[in-house]
Design a protein around this ligand. Structure first.
Ligand SMILES: C[S@@+](CC[C@H](N)C(=O)[O-])C[C@H]1O[C@@H](n2cnc3c(N)ncnc32)[C@H](O)[C@@H]1O
Length: 375
């Protein structure tokens, strides 16, 4: 997109170079032209990728089941769910419908906060939720910036489905045993990359906290915005859980030795590419989530580790296979369930991390190991 590229080029001219994180922040979140702030569809058939809530309502229903158990574990207190970056609003819609229908006691104590920065999407979410006639205080909208959230402390659960993978990342490289950062610059031939010293000492502190050990020549991403998000979450979570669902893995499985180039990639009309400097503002840029770092850094902010599993195990443990007995749309619904749990589609690629604060009963069905069926 010409206007966005010109904006980035101007910034590069002023500063000489941009960190990749700054480039990605503008490409995705420029208030007018950024990919996530435009009014085009990102998810679903006419977008660039699918997310679980846009595939099947059973995803939201099973998340609702897990939330109800959290509420019970916490002594049935007033319970607020804070959903990050709701996009279409389908996850909130499915959770609200299910909680109202299946768990009236929970529904009475239940409140939902959508954190959404895109005004166009907020409007679409409001229209979708208006269609199910909820009392106005049940779902409210708030914002999140690097300085924190626009609401007070909560008891309940922060819910982030495919939020952290969409945050800007720094790109680092080990060169002759020294850590270098990859920057973006520009000349008459277009954008190009420069290796230079680290842009911030915070990157080094991060690497120490997450105990990373990278090999010569390896490129890897550091998601400092994810760290700041966890810090802000820990400040606002008085009691409760953080439920993070995203693609990624533990550090050793993401940054294995053969992965020399890192995990950064782009999604455009359901295809994947590594042309980070093309279609700027028109394609998604994303990096896999390093769950080891989220766990270690979360601990340093007082968020204790409850458990880590994959989406397949999480949904099966919560009863997704039982849904096949009550399917309304026949084969189509079976196919959607397969997409959610098949290891090569979303089942193993997506991980589910649960952390907690000030909760003693942390036994959760979604984290239970699966038992083999006895024959
Ligand atoms: C990959 S999309 C995930 C959409 C949705 N959670 C789903 O599962 O369909 C990432 C979302 O995070 C949102 N996001 C990023 N930074 C945000 C912020 N500071 N406040 C609110 N939303 C944000 C983006 O606008 C985008 O909608």
């Amino acid at each position: 997109m010409k206007q966005l590229e010109d904006f980035i080029i101007e910034n590069i001219k002023k500063k000489g170079k941009l960190t990749f994180a700054d480039f990605m922040r503008i490409a995705l979140y420029h208030p007018e032209y950024g990919y996530y702030n435009s009014d085009r569809e990102q998810t679903g058939m006419f977008g660039d990728y699918y997310t679980s809530p846009t595939i099947s309502k059973y995803f939201g229903e099973l998340v609702a089941k897990q939330l109800e158990e959290m509420w019970k574990n916490m002594g049935e207190v007033n319970f607020t769910v804070v959903e990050m970056g709701s996009n279409t609003g389908w996850l909130c819609y499915d959770i609200m419908c299910f909680v109202r229908k299946e768990y009236p006691g929970f529904y009475d104590k239940f409140r939902y906060v959508i954190v959404e920065s895109n005004a166009y999407k907020r409007k679409k979410q409001q229209m979708l939720l208006d269609s199910i006639n909820l009392p106005s205080e049940k779902v409210v909208w708030h914002t999140y910036t690097e300085n924190g959230f626009s609401f007070d402390e909560i008891d309940g659960c922060f819910l982030a489905n495919e939020f952290i993978d969409a945050l800007p990342v720094h790109r680092l490289k080990v060169k002759k045993g020294i850590l270098k950062e990859l920057y973006v610059s520009y000349n008459e031939n277009g954008f190009f990359e420069i290796e230079d010293n680290l842009s911030s000492h915070i990157l080094l502190e991060y690497l120490e906290t997450c105990k990373c050990d990278f090999k010569e020549g390896q490129v890897f991403e550091v998601n400092l915005d994810g760290v700041n998000w966890l810090r802000q979450v820990s400040k606002k979570l008085n009691r409760g859980f953080v439920l993070t669902i995203d693609y990624g893995d533990t550090k050793d499985r993401i940054y294995y030795e053969d992965n020399r180039e890192g995990t950064l990639r782009c999604f455009y009309k359901h295809t994947v590419n590594c042309d980070f400097y093309k279609r700027v503002g028109e394609q998604d840029i994303t990096a896999s989530v390093d769950f080891t770092s989220l766990i270690n850094i979360g601990r340093s902010f007082g968020l204790e580790f409850t458990g880590l599993t994959n989406q397949s195990q999480f949904l099966i443990a919560l009863g997704i296979l039982g849904k096949t007995n009550t399917l309304e749309n026949g084969n189509n619904a079976v196919l959607k369930i397969k997409n959610l749990i098949h290891p090569e589609v979303m089942g193993d690629v997506f991980k589910v991390l649960i952390q907690h604060k000030n909760v003693t009963n942390t036994r959760l069905s979604g984290l239970k190991p699966l038992r083999l069926v006895e024959m």
